[in-house]
Ligand binder design. Structure first.
Ligand SMILES: [Zn+2]
Length: 176
């Protein structure tokens, strides 16, 4: 159990930095000076500089160190710069297009796009010839689509006339 000194007489103000510190302190924990005289018996900053030689940092080193520590700021600045560059480029192109007129002769649209070479992509594919096995009466398995105004092909008429001229063949007896 620690006993906290609550007596205000045990507290003194540092003569150097005016911090309220313990009266028994030989050195001020804030500034390192003697709290009664305010003089620094040991120059801590000079000793630190003697022990840890401060590296001479140039301006570019400082910039790189800042960039390494604050990467979010660098990324945000980079994005901002990129947006500004793109906006400026767009503005430049827009003004140039509005100001400058092409000296070339006008080209008709038919020379740019030749619609005659394009094949008809919507042309329907011909129906493939369906080969299916059947026996018995093929009439029941065929569906004829009669278009209005259809004309019987001449070869069909010739075949019908030839069939009518010949005697009807006797159908062969099919074993069931
Ligand atoms: Zn102090």
């Amino acid at each position: 159990m620690t006993v906290e000194p609550q007596n205000p007489t045990d507290r003194i103000a540092c003569a150097s930095c005016r911090h309220d510190i313990d009266a028994a302190a030989k050195l001020c924990p804030y500034c390192g000076a003697d709290p009664r005289t305010g003089q620094k018996p040991v120059d801590t900053q000079a000793m630190l500089n003697q022990m840890f030689h401060p590296r001479a940092t140039s301006a570019t080193d400082t910039v790189f160190e800042f960039a390494r520590q604050r990467q979010g700021v660098v990324v945000a600045l980079g994005v901002l710069v990129a947006i500004l560059i793109l906006a400026g480029l767009h503005e430049f192109v827009t003004r140039r297009n509005a100001r400058d007129v092409s000296a070339a002769a006008a080209i008709p649209l038919t020379e740019v796009t030749d619609l005659n070479n394009q094949s008809d992509e919507n042309k329907p594919l011909p129906l493939p010839n369906l080969q299916f096995q059947f026996d018995g009466h093929p009439q029941t398995m065929r569906t004829f689509v009669v278009e209005p105004g259809a004309v019987t092909p001449p070869e069909v008429i010739a075949a019908q006339q030839a069939a009518a001229a010949q005697p009807a063949p006797v159908p062969a007896a099919k074993p069931h």
